[in-house]
Each structure stands twice: as C-alpha cells, then as structure tokens.
Ligand binder design. Structure first.
Ligand code: CU
Length: 153
C-alpha cells in the first residue's frame, strides 16, 4: 500500500512558499535580477590554492542558483564550510529579493591548479554561471592576505 497523502501535502506546501517568493519581488518580473559586489581575493600564502569572496544580490522576483565559476587563472570550485570543514557544492541558491554571500569562514570560491599566484594589486577575472540568468564576468581585486572587508551597506 502506498501512502501518497502526506507527500502530496508537502508538495502543495512547497508550491505555496514559491508563490510567496515570486510575488515578493519589487519588480514582480518573475525572474532573477542579479548584481555582484564586494568581490576580492586575499593574496594566498602559497601558489597552490586561493580563496575568493563576493556577494550576489538578487533584486528580482525569482530564485536563481550559482552553478559554475570559471577563470583563466585555474580551476574554480564553490565550497561551503560546515563545522569548520570545507566541502565542494554543486550550486548555491540566490533567493528572490535576497543575496548569496561568500565570505571568510563561510561559503567561498576555491581556486586550484593555479597558473600564476595572485598578488596584491592584481585582478583576477572570473565568470559566474547561473541556473537561469546570463553569465556575469567579475574582476576580483587581490587584497592583502589579512584583508577583511567592512561589513554593512
Ligand atoms: Cu575551500
């Protein structure tokens, strides 16, 4: 015997939530409107790996997802930090009317197999790919290893 009742209720609930998000956007466009800010790369200690941070803001009326990041400097993966350990994730959600924050100690970009070591004062160009929106190219400035961004708006 299959108990389909409860599952159907869960699906209905999820749809209702999605509806709320869709109507919450100021534009009411029903699609994501993304902008990228606060991007930087702390100068790495070695030439093997570097971390990158940025914020993606979504002013639109639909969720989107960061699905892939590419750069000419090397391989880029998206990591999340869980209990102090980092692990690769396939995508990160950018909620409608919200933001995805990649920051020190949390979610971040991971640069590996570097062709050159990023140095303070340089910029690293990356391309962000999304589930729905067009790709965005970001020039990430390389900051001192100890740099911490000011919080706030
Ligand atoms: Cu990492």
């Amino acid at each position: 015997m299959r108990r389909t009742g409860p599952a159907a209720l869960v699906i209905a609930g999820a749809l209702a939530l999605a509806g709320c998000g869709g109507s919450g956007g100021e534009s009411g466009s029903g699609r994501a409107e993304l902008s990228v800010g606060s991007a930087y790369i702390p100068q790495p200690m070695s030439g093997d790996m570097a971390a990158g941070f940025l914020t993606v803001t979504n002013k639109g009326g639909a969720d989107d997802e960061l699905t892939e990041v590419t750069s000419d400097i090397g391989r880029v993966t998206v990591h999340e930090t869980v209990d102090g350990a980092m692990q690769e994730v396939e995508s990160l959600k950018i909620p409608a009317g919200g933001r995805l924050e990649l920051r020190s100690g949390g979610d971040h970009l991971m640069f590996e197999q570097l062709k050159r070591r990023p140095k303070e004062g340089q910029t690293v160009s990356v391309e962000l790919h999304f589930a729905h929106s067009a790709p965005v190219t970001v020039r990430m400035p390389v900051k001192p290893a100890t740099y911490t961004p000011k919080t706030g708006h």
